[in-house]
Design a protein around this ligand. Structure first.
Ligand SMILES: Cc1cc2nc3c(=O)[nH]c(=O)nc-3n(C[C@H](O)[C@H](O)[C@H](O)COP(=O)(O)OP(=O)(O)OC[C@H]3O[C@@H](n4cnc5c(N)ncnc54)[C@H](O)[C@@H]3O)c2cc1C
Length: 404
């Protein structure tokens, strides 16, 4: 049954995270009416440390979906010119790029996901996207003609197509009975976001420390974003996580890797063991429900593939729906599912390579890392490999259709 006074939408997007909001914008840019159905209330707080790094390819897709949005994110984000890598406290690689050329597109931007979502949400409202908050999807009825979406508050909404962007615990994926395959990292990672001290900011540089001596040889990654820093500590497999991830624990180790004033500037602490999984299918058997973002795949964040590839999924799903709106038999919907699943498998493996490099469980990789560090400290160029490897390989043939 339709909700009172509501006609069927051409498309429903489930989830108002960055992927759902991108999908809504990409649908509206083709003139397609769209409703977003979101489990949480409109005034929700979004907890935890999540995406900060937005790649150029994503900025281009966002600009296409909502002209100027990519550049708005660039204007509100920051970009570092210097990256460094240290081995046991000694620098083995550094590179400083020329100052940004304002006539050329920025290669990336760095700002908190909460702010990215806020800008997307404002664009969605301006584009006429209809929002239904407090509406967790709990039921789904898919036929060859369309989809009925039932929500926890008793409403049922109808649409020709659904984009499921309801995140890692996707109810839509579960209701379709689609499984995910993959693995989970052995080590835990503690992620701390700290607010910058505006009176005396640190230099804006991305720094990776292999075996940081101040934290008993654990790896530490420092990444700046607009207004703060992301500090990522890789714990050992046998570490007592509470000792590192509890606020007292963080206040003990954090001042040893940044500066003691930051112990009082902590905004979030989260700990993760990362899943590396891809859904068995990105589309249902009737070709009416398309999975995008973390509803379809989960990667370790090294290389910033999660939200970036979700934005590419959302764009591809919206274009496939645009092509299939009058005739689902065009083949575009299957093509979406095939190419984006292929890209997800590539990204899972690339993030997996970064994770394997950082965990270095076997003696071969440990030895290779030590040799590269010794060579780099002796003046050879091996430091570039040490600098690059924690982020995995760059885009390759598997990521068809977009860089990610
Ligand atoms: C520490 C960390 C750092 C990261 N850094 C980066 C980075 O720099 N760059 C990058 O690209 N990625 C990064 N990621 C990954 C990125 O955060 C995720 O890929 C991204 O949030 C996924 O977006 P999404 O819209 O698919 O899912 P979510 O952001 O999880 O959004 C899902 C939405 O669906 C809603 N929802 C859930 N269930 C239902 C339901 N039943 N009905 C209706 N709505 C529902 C939720 O409330 C939510 O609003 C990082 C992740 C972590 C953990």
């Amino acid at each position: 049954m339709l909700s009172t006074g509501e006609s069927a939408a051409a498309a429903i997007v489930v989830g108002a995270g960055p992927v759902g909001l991108t999908a809504a914008l990409a649908l509206r840019s083709q003139g397609i009416p769209v409703r977003v159905v979101e489990a949480e209330p409109a005034d929700r707080a979004r907890p935890g440390s999540r995406a900060i790094f937005v790649h150029r390819a994503s900025l281009d897709l966002l600009d296409a979906a909502s002209p100027g949005l990519g550049e708005l994110l660039v204007g509100n984000g920051i970009r570092w010119q210097t990256k460094r890598t240290c081995w046991r406290g000694r620098e083995v690689f550094s590179r400083t790029y020329p100052p940004p050329d304002p006539t050329r597109p920025a290669p990336f931007t760095s700002l908190p996901q909460t702010q990215i979502e806020q800008h997307m949400l404002e664009r969605c409202k301006a584009a006429g996207v209809e929002f239904h908050w407090d509406s967790p999807v709990t039921a789904l009825d898919v036929t060859a003609d369309g989809v009925a979406v039932g929500t926890g508050n008793g409403d049922t909404r109808h649409a020709g197509y659904v984009i499921a962007a309801d995140g890692a615990n996707s109810a839509v994926r579960e209701l379709l009975g689609i499984d995910m395959q993959g693995s989970r990292s052995d080590n835990s990672f503690v992620i701390v976001d700290i607010a910058e001290d505006p009176d005396d900011p640190l230099p804006v540089e991305r720094v990776f420390h292999y075996e940081h001596p101040a934290v008993d040889g654990r790896h530490v990654l420092l990444v700046p974003f607009a207004g703060g820093w992301r500090v990522d500590l890789q714990c050992r497999r046998d570490d007592d996580l509470g000792a590192f991830a509890g606020i007292d624990g963080v206040r003990r180790w954090l001042p040893r890797v940044v500066d003691e004033r930051y112990a009082e500037r902590i905004s979030w602490v989260s700990s993760y063991r990362f899943l590396q999984v891809v859904a068995d299918s990105f589309i249902d058997e009737h070709r009416r429900v398309l999975l995008a973002g973390e509803a379809a795949h989960l990667f370790a964040p090294f290389g910033a593939r999660g939200m970036n590839s979700g934005i590419a999924d959302a764009d591809a799903a919206a274009r496939a729906i645009g092509a299939g709106i009058d005739d689902p038999a065009t083949g575009q919907l299957e093509e979406f599912a095939r190419t984006r699943r292929q890209a997800a498998k590539y990204n899972r493996d690339a993030a997996g390579a970064a994770l394997a490099h950082m965990q270095a469980h076997g003696p071969v990789l440990q030895g290779k890392r030590r040799l590269a560090a010794a060579a780099a400290l002796a003046g050879a160029r091996a430091g570039a490999w040490l600098d690059r490897s924690p982020y995995g390989p760059r885009a390759g043939p598997g990521s068809t259709g977009s860089k990610y």
